[in-house]
Ligand binder design. Structure first.
Ligand SMILES: [Zn+2]
Length: 284
């Protein structure tokens, strides 16, 4: 129930036109011809299967492609990215959302946090790009969710569940770096929800999920703009069409493939540079 009556000019105030916060013409453009050519005739140099309700990490050298592939059944993946040599530079889902949209697809970039703020990866192919926006307002591959975690689960249910994406990613990063869970956990961050189908309800603007349209063979492909360490969790929600944070939903592995472009395919390309802002924040 509102506590305040609408002012007389409420309709006029509500009628202000929306202004896109960051014009797409200001964001460095996606060179479709370059990426389109570079992704032809690549060599698969590595692959990795992420088991259900687990996470794995993998490295992707700058200038390589990586794919996340649906295998045996519909499965959502939670993706974290770090600079391979510096865990403090990591994927910034909030700014990626602001620069692109609530859901990302081919041509969008995954940006790193401040102060580096540079493209970590570019999406170069998405076999679910046909989905668009459905009648519920949902789309695929969101940067609005966070990741399922044991704290929220405990808050809401009082239960302890250990195979949510936050815990999976924490265990995987700890193992990869040979550090404790306590040292790894602060590096886990808000994810790209790969293959997840989500939106906000029209009436209450609440975050919702629905069964992912992903099917075996579908994949999303990224080009590493810098050296990456990635973490991928197979969400215990499976296709996220019912529950998460339990062992009820059917879950499937996700396959990661790393591809090297053919010789000469990247001519003229250089890894993304850190943001050029001087960093004085107004003080000299
Ligand atoms: Zn999850």
């Amino acid at each position: 129930m509102n506590q305040t009556n609408a002012p007389k000019d409420a309709a006029q105030r509500r009628g202000a036109p929306p202004v896109i916060c960051y014009g797409v013409d200001q964001v460095p453009t996606f060179d479709a011809a370059f990426y389109g050519a570079a992704r032809q005739r690549t060599t698969r140099i590595e692959e990795l299967l992420v088991p259900p309700r687990e996470a794995r990490t993998f490295k992707v050298p700058a200038g390589h492609f990586f794919r996340i592939v649906s295998t045996e059944g519909p499965q959502v993946g939670d993706l974290n990215l770090w600079h391979a040599a510096d865990l403090s530079e990591r994927f910034f889902s909030g700014k990626t959302r602001a620069l692109h949209a609530t859901h990302v697809s081919t041509g969008d970039r995954l940006w790193s946090n401040l102060p580096a703020l540079r493209p970590m990866a570019t999406i170069t192919h998405d076999s679910l790009d046909w989905y668009g926006w459905d009648a519920d307002g949902a789309g695929v591959h969101d940067v609005i969710g966070t990741r399922c975690d044991p704290y929220t689960n405990y808050l809401l249910s009082g239960d302890e569940y250990h195979h949510g994406c936050h815990s999976n990613l924490t265990r995987a990063l700890a193992a990869a770096k040979g550090i404790s869970l306590a040292a790894a956990e602060p590096h886990i961050h808000d994810v790209l929800n790969v293959f997840m189908c989500t939106g906000f309800t029209r009436d209450t603007h609440q975050y919702f999920m629905k069964a992912s349209p992903v099917r075996p063979g579908d994949f999303i492909e990224f080009f590493a703009e810098i050296d990456l360490l990635a973490g991928l969790s197979t969400c215990p929600g499976g296709d996220c069409g019912s529950s998460h944070s339990d062992d009820v939903a059917p879950c499937y592995p996700l396959l990661v493939e790393i591809h090297r472009p053919r010789e000469g395919a990247l001519s003229g390309w250089t890894p993304a540079q850190r943001n050029g802002y001087g960093g004085s924040h107004g003080l000299s």
